[in-house]
Ligand binder design. Structure first.
Ligand code: SF4
Length: 449
């Protein structure tokens, strides 16, 4: 099945899956294909960097590109937009926000048509109108030390989420520790090499100053949550362990802007006492990402996590943390698609979905709702090198179907802190799980444990 699809044209593949999985929104089929394989940009669709009218791609943690910066051509000089929004076209797409992953070889191209309006073209055919995110007012201001808000506190998900990668590298270092799909350390190196501003450890005061600017200019209150994240800390930074390092930002933010944003942290699965410190500091949603469910693949793909914590202990800590945060507010991520990466991954979509479905059932049976990002096979990672085309699109579509069915089986709702669910309404941009759930009023506020 997989090989048969690889030999099909892309339009045929997309339309075949739309027809075969009518319960999955068509928007999600296009979005998943763009996320797993990237999109090309004509120069007419690039941003004017920080001086233009379009919000540029901030490279908020990983590169999320299919080529290294030096290989991106014009897109390396003039940044692409952070996200695009798709509407209309022959598939009558409802409003769909997609994170930008650049791939000059993609059959999807964003360019201006003869009428000057931007469109998304697949195999040369215009399939959607493209909207670009306007430059937010807060990006037009700089901190007192001259740093840009985009560098210190970029926003994604159409402005909903302030993404605070406060530690730009990971202490899981080298082939024996780094997650095999992760380019955080390479992304740091490539931005440094290109002479771009890229702060390794963001001082708390800088983060507060950037948030002050966002708060002042975001008068529509579009930004509603912040994520504190970065690499794993296996020892200390500035004398602080992981809970105290990331927690100090939450504490400072909550003291300066009480209740202004929903505070989230992405960190290792830590012992309960450390997790309690996160909560005490003011974090309300905890993301101890489990990455991939299958035992063998976890050991192979996440050698640092296996070495420092171990899979069973990681899962046990996820469940333990529900006693601190409440099950609804523990939202572990997985990287959808790596289960099918060669040479170790599953070779059939059914096996991959069977494994990941087992993981979903495990967590959801405890009231924990995982979420996922669609794997982008970045070229400097071991898995990206071996699998430049990522996972089959059919896998991603069946995962959306399985995710929704499992959520419904356990009577659970979409996780809090992700904006509204439903096609035409979702803003979560790095997978279409929110686009694929039924429309409902978002549960914006984390529920008290
Ligand atoms: S823990 Fe793994 S995925 Fe997270 S930053 Fe480190 S290497 Fe990357």
């Amino acid at each position: 099945m997989v090989q048969q699809m690889a030999s099909q044209g892309r339009t045929e593949l997309v339309e075949g899956l739309m027809a075969g999985f009518p319960q999955v929104p068509r928007e999600a089929v296009i979005k998943e294909d763009l996320l797993r394989g990237g999109m090309a940009f004509d120069e007419s669709a690039l941003s004017g960097n920080e001086d233009g009218d379009v919000k540029p791609k901030s490279y908020f943690i990983f590169s999320f590109d299919h080529r290294t910066l030096p290989e991106l051509g014009a897109a390396a000089l003039n940044r692409p937009p952070e996200e695009i929004v798709l509407t209309g076209g022959p598939y009558e797409l409802r409003r769909t926000v997609v994170s930008v992953r650049v791939n000059p070889a993609s059959p999807y191209l964003v360019r201006a048509g003869e009428d000057g309006a931007l469109g998304l073209y697949l195999d040369g055919v215009r399939i959607a109108d493209v909207g670009l995110p306007p430059m937010p007012d807060y990006y037009r201001h700089t901190l007192s030390n001259g740093k840009s808000v985009m560098e210190v506190a970029p926003t994604i998900q159409w402005g909903y989420l302030v993404y605070l990668t406060v530690f730009r590298v990971c202490q899981y270092f080298g082939a024996k520790e780094e997650c095999q799909y992760c380019d955080i350390n390479h992304n740091w190196r490539q931005h440094k090499a290109a002479g771009r501003p890229y702060t390794g450890v963001k001082p708390v005061e800088e983060v507060l100053e950037a948030l002050e600017i966002i708060d002042r200019h975001d008068t529509a209150r579009t930004s509603q949550a912040y994520t504190l994240t970065g690499g794993a800390i296996t020892s200390h930074i500035g004398g602080r362990d992981e809970a105290d390092f990331y927690g100090q930002y939450a504490k400072a933010i909550e003291e300066r802007f009480p209740g202004r944003w929903i505070g989230k942290v992405v960190a290792q699965a830590l012992p309960k006492d450390d997790v309690q410190r996160f909560h005490d500091y003011g974090v309300r949603i905890y993301h101890p990402n489990f990455e991939v469910w299958d035992r063998r693949l976890f050991e192979l793909y996440c050698p640092g996590k296996e070495r420092y914590v171990g899979r069973e202990e990681w899962h046990r800590r996820i469940l333990d943390s529900t006693e601190v945060f409440g099950a609804r507010n523990v939202i572990p991520n997985f990287v959808a698609g790596v289960e099918m990466a060669e040479p170790y991954g599953f070779s059939s979509v059914a096996e991959a979905i069977g494994s990941t479905g087992e993981g979903l059932r495990f967590f959801m049976s405890h009231g924990v709702v995982p979420r996922f990002t669609t794997w982008c096979p970045e070229p400097t990672t071991p898995l990206g090198k071996a699998n430049p085309h990522g996972a089959p699109l059919e896998y991603h579509i069946r995962l959306l179907e399985t995710y929704r069915a499992t959520l419904e089986d356990f009577g659970l709702a979409s996780p809090p802190g992700y904006g509204p669910p439903g096609p035409g309404r979702a803003v979560f941009s790095v997978s279409s799980f929110m686009d694929s759930l039924p429309a409902a009023e978002p549960e914006q506020e984390p529920v008290a444990p």
